[in-house]
Structures are given as C-alpha cells and as structure tokens.
Design a protein around this ligand. Structure first.
Ligand SMILES: Cc1ncc(C[n+]2csc(CCO)c2C)c(N)n1
Length: 246
C-alpha cells in the first residue's frame, strides 16, 4: 500500500527526489486508492467466489459507465496537445467501443440479462456521480483534469488485474476474461503511457492546480470504491461524502 501523504507535490519531492507526480496522486488518495484496488469485489473475481447476482449488477452499471468513459475519451482526444497523444487516446477509444462491447454482450447473455434490461438500465446514484465527475472534468475542465479521471479508472483496474492474474483463472469465462482484459501487456502499456502523460502534464503546474488534480484523483478513488460496494452489497445509495455538488 502506498503511504498516505497530505502535503504538496513539492513537499513530496523533498521526501524522494525522483518521485513521480502520479505517485503523489496515489499517495494523496489514500486510504481510498488502496480501498479501491484491494476491494473484496476484485478479490472475489479472481477467487471464483463471485455471486452471479452481484456480478450481473456490476456489469449492468459498468456498461453505462463505459458509455460515459467513451465520451470522456472523446473530450480528451479533442484537448490532447499533440498528435501522438491523440493517437494513443483514440486507439483506446476504438478498443472500448469494439472488443470490450463484445465482452459485455456475451457476458450478459451467459448471466441471463436480456437486452431490454441492459440497454435501458437507469444509472444508479454512484454511476450518476461518476458520470458527473468524468464529464465535468473532461468536458469543462482542462486536459490534465480529464486525464486525472482516466488515470484513476485505468490504473486502479491494472493494479487489481495484475494481482488477480497471479491466481489460477476462475471457471466462468466472464470472470476469467475480465481479469485477462486488465492484465494483458497492451493494457499495461497504455496505463504506463497515461502515467507518463500525467507526470509530464502535472509536474510543471502551479501548486493550486496540482491540488485540484489530487482532489479529482481522490474523489475518483472514492467513486471506484463506492462502485464496487454498490455491486457487492446491492445497496444502491450514494455515500454522503460523495454527494454530487450542484
Ligand atoms: C467503474 C469502472 N472503473 C474503471 C473501469 C476500468 N476500465 C474502463 S474501460 C477499460 C478498458 C479496458 O477494459 C477499463 C480497464 C471500469 N470498467 N469500470
């Protein structure tokens, strides 16, 4: 677990001169970063102990989340400063809207969730708070702010995916493939790129904007945790500390 840290990035650099901006973001987000990446839901995916109803609940919500994440990527493609960055982000957007979509459709079928359910599912309160966070940060905010959201969403999944991939795969294809999707080399390469991009974009910013990025990354970590909690417990309420500000 990264050690929690409450100071500025400049302060963080005095504790470790070669510290990365993204290490600081994760340290600032503790204990929520570790709560998200070590969540019981993620361990149950790898153990094969996941109840079908919890996983179906999760996939239905995640399918609507992915739609908002695709829109976020659209905003990021528009705001990215270089052709290289636009190429990385749009490549990922293409993956999200093709192979990943196919995974969802096959899994819904295996779990007995009909198109009339997953195509018209209303977002629960946690997913709505997520959508608000993603779309506001990337649409109205800066490239760095949108990138902080994407970084948290992808890096947290790589972290648990690599850990669960150490175990033998569970029997159900929808659990086994969900691990593989987040532990393959191509995904790791992409997350490493987002980290490098965030390091490059975040390090030179002023303390106030860096603080804002730490707040975004922390709130995203809380939302990731609440998202797993909601699927795991079936409790569809938004924790009070995540109330959407209007
Ligand atoms: C709530 C939630 N947060 C993050 C992800 C992670 N994620 C979103 S798209 C994508 C691409 C490859 O699977 C990954 C890893 C998720 N699925 N659901």
């Amino acid at each position: 677990m990264p050690e929690a840290f409450s100071g500025s990035f400049q302060d963080f650099l005095t504790t470790k001169t070669d510290a990365r901006f993204t290490d600081w973001l994760a340290a600032r987000a503790e204990p929520h970063w570790s709560a998200a990446t070590g969540h019981a839901f993620t361990r149950a995916i790898g153990d094969g102990t996941m109840p079908d109803d919890a996983y179906a609940r999760y996939l239905i919500e995640d399918y609507t989340f992915i739609t908002d994440l695709a829109s976020t990527l659209g905003y990021l493609v528009a705001k990215a400063p270089s052709m290289r960055s636009k190429a990385r982000l749009s490549g990922f957007l293409a993956l999200l809207t093709s192979e990943e979509n196919d995974y969802f459709l096959r899994s819904f079928e295996a779990l007995g969730v009909s198109p009339s359910v997953y195509e018209t599912a209303a977002q629960g309160p946690v997913t709505r708070a997520f959508a608000d966070m993603l779309l506001t940060s990337s649409g109205k905010g800066t490239y760095a702010e949108g990138l902080a959201c994407l970084l948290c969403a992808e890096w947290s999944y790589l972290t648990w995916g690599l850990r669960e991939a150490q175990k033998p795969r569970p029997q159900h294809f929808y659990l086994a493939e969900w691990i593989d999707l987040h532990a393959v080399e191509g995904f790791e390469t992409f997350v490493n790129w987002i980290r490098e991009e965030m390091d490059a974009v975040g390090s030179p910013l002023g303390a106030e904007e860096q603080e804002r990025l730490a707040e975004i990354f922390t709130r995203m970590s809380m939302l990731e945790t609440a998202f797993f909690d909601a699927a795991w417990t079936g409790e569809a309420t938004l924790p009070a500390d995540l109330a959407v500000r209007s």
